[in-house]
Design a protein around this ligand. Structure first.
Ligand SMILES: *[C@@H]1O[C@H](CO)[C@@H](O)[C@H](O)[C@H]1NC(C)=O
Ligand SMILES: *[C@@H]1O[C@H](CO)[C@@H](O)[C@H](O)[C@H]1NC(C)=O
Ligand SMILES: *[C@@H]1O[C@H](CO)[C@@H](O)[C@H](O)[C@H]1NC(C)=O
Ligand SMILES: *[C@@H]1O[C@H](CO)[C@@H](O)[C@H](O)[C@H]1NC(C)=O
Length: 416
């Protein structure tokens, strides 16, 4: 009798154990779908890393999606592998200096290692600042609290994707963006010159660089991948190296003003200068072409420009033009966990380090820039005629960019 009861008991216990196993198993499978919907909506709080389970769950779905969409995505065929070797001889051409140092037994490797260590510390600090202020609930700005899913597609039009190397670049106009776009074109081979992809960034004509049809940006995913587009974006955001370049917000505004209103620019004259001159300088009839206007001495002043930025009517008509739109609105730094934050103030060092990080430093060099760059030291002169109250309002408007990217508050401009 007791033996039979023992047997029955063990059968029951065994069944219960099996049922438990099945429940646990189904639970795991179920979470894969759950995580995909939720785990990316906010960057990780500082110090917490994504857990292993999330990673595994994502990679299953990732594989599935990659297979499903491979036709549009996979461009890294054997053909590209072959051509990637080609520019190696070319890229060492302009750097005779390095060559010489190698020949003389210059210990290049340790130097690179030391530079990278300092650079890594700098990057860690910039990312920490960003993460801390994103997580700090007493520091608020518009759109800060929304999740990645709440960002409309058209606001993702500054994120350029290179699937060949797994890179995402958020471009900020007036922050070396022409040259970084050139780099992205070379890396992704998205533009051909007589059937051959461009190899040297500076060979690419300017008008092609800024033609949005040259770049694969996130806002185009919807058209290509339909309802899979958000999943795909999140997978890429998780796996790819994401970078952006920023600059002192006020200096960026001066730079935007100089290039769009001090130089003859037909488009900006029609779209922005005419309304500004009418609204803020009492002009009623204005020439239709910018060259006529310049000949007649009709130019937007920096003060008109600042007034335009502060005018509440401006945003009601249309969002800020990308040349003066805040970086936090262009690149969503609290929703996207950037791996690298470059600064124009340290462009050369940052560019060299970034290309190393991306493992493409043997393919190309960041083009040197010869243009007359707006210097921070001019700031006081530019703002001298701007009333104090306006400067303070302007700071409020761009405060998030100052704080998130670690630019000190310009106290000298904000006090009497
Ligand atoms: C959070 O932000 C507020 C306001 O900017 C600041 O005073 C405070 O020091 C920040 N807290 C932390 C922990 O960084
Ligand atoms: C941009 O490039 C596309 C395709 O090459 C071309 O059809 C279009 O005219 C270009 N747009 C401009 C403004 O140059
Ligand atoms: C423009 O005209 C208005 C009234 O018509 C006047 O109050 C204002 O001071 C004028 N502004 C300038 C810059 O002349
Ligand atoms: C650069 O531009 C500033 C102001 O527009 C001008 O004062 C300066 O002379 C220029 N420098 C060069 C080297 O062209």
């Amino acid at each position: 009798m007791t033996r039979a009861r023992l047997f029955r008991l063990s059968v029951v216990l065994g069944s219960v154990f099996m049922i438990l196993l099945i429940i646990v198993y189904w639970d795991n499978v179920g979470t894969a779908h759950f995580y995909l919907h939720t785990s990316f909506s906010r960057p990780h709080a500082p110090g917490t890393l994504p857990t292993a389970t999330q990673d595994e769950d994502v990679s299953d779905v990732d594989e599935f999606l990659e297979k499903l969409l491979s036709s549009g995505l996979r461009q890294t065929g054997p053909l590209h592998r072959k051509t990637e070797q080609a520019p190696l001889q070319g890229s060492s051409k302009p750097v005779l200096g390095n060559l010489e140092e190698n020949v003389r037994g210059y210990d290049w490797s340790t130097r690179v290692a030391r530079v990278s260590l300092d650079q890594e510390k700098l990057q860690a600090e910039r990312r920490k600042t960003l993460q801390e202020f994103c997580a700090n609930s007493s520091f608020a700005f518009p759109t800060k609290e929304r999740s990645f899913d709440d960002i409309p597609n058209y606001e993702l039009n500054h994120l350029i994707v290179d699937d060949r190397h797994g890179i995402i670049y958020c471009y900020v106009p007036k922050v070396a963006c022409t040259n970084w776009k050139r780099v992205m074109i070379v890396l992704s081979e998205s533009l051909l010159d007589q059937g051959i992809p461009y190899r040297q960034p500076l060979d690419i004509p300017r008008e092609h660089v800024h033609n949005s049809s040259t770049h694969l940006t996130f806002n185009k995913f919807w058209r290509r991948y339909g309802k899979f587009s958000r999943h795909l974006m999140k997978i890429k955001l998780k796996k790819y190296t994401k970078f952006l370049f920023v600059r002192d917000p006020f200096v960026r505004l001066i730079s935007a003003f100089r290039s769009k209103f001090e130089l003859e620019n037909e488009e900006f004259y029609r779209r922005f200068a005419i309304p500004m001159l009418k609204l803020y300088s009492n002009h009623t009839s204005l020439p239709t072409s910018v060259s006529e206007a310049f000949r007649a001495g009709l130019k937007v002043s920096f003060s008109d420009f600042i007034q335009y930025l502060l005018d509440p009517r401006t945003e009601k008509m249309a969002p800020f033009n990308e040349h003066w739109r805040q970086v936090y609105r262009l690149c969503h730094p609290c929703q996207i966990d950037y791996d690298f934050v470059g600064k124009l103030e340290t462009l050369n060092e940052d560019a060299a380090h970034l290309l190393q990080l991306l493992k493409v430093d043997r393919l190309l060099r960041f083009p040197p820039s010869y243009r007359n760059r707006t210097a921070s030291s001019w700031e006081e002169d530019w703002f001298a005629k701007i009333p104090l109250a306006w400067r303070q309002q302007l700071y409020k408007l761009y405060e998030a960019d100052f704080v998130l990217f670690g630019y000190p508050k310009p106290e000298n401009l904000l006090k009497d």
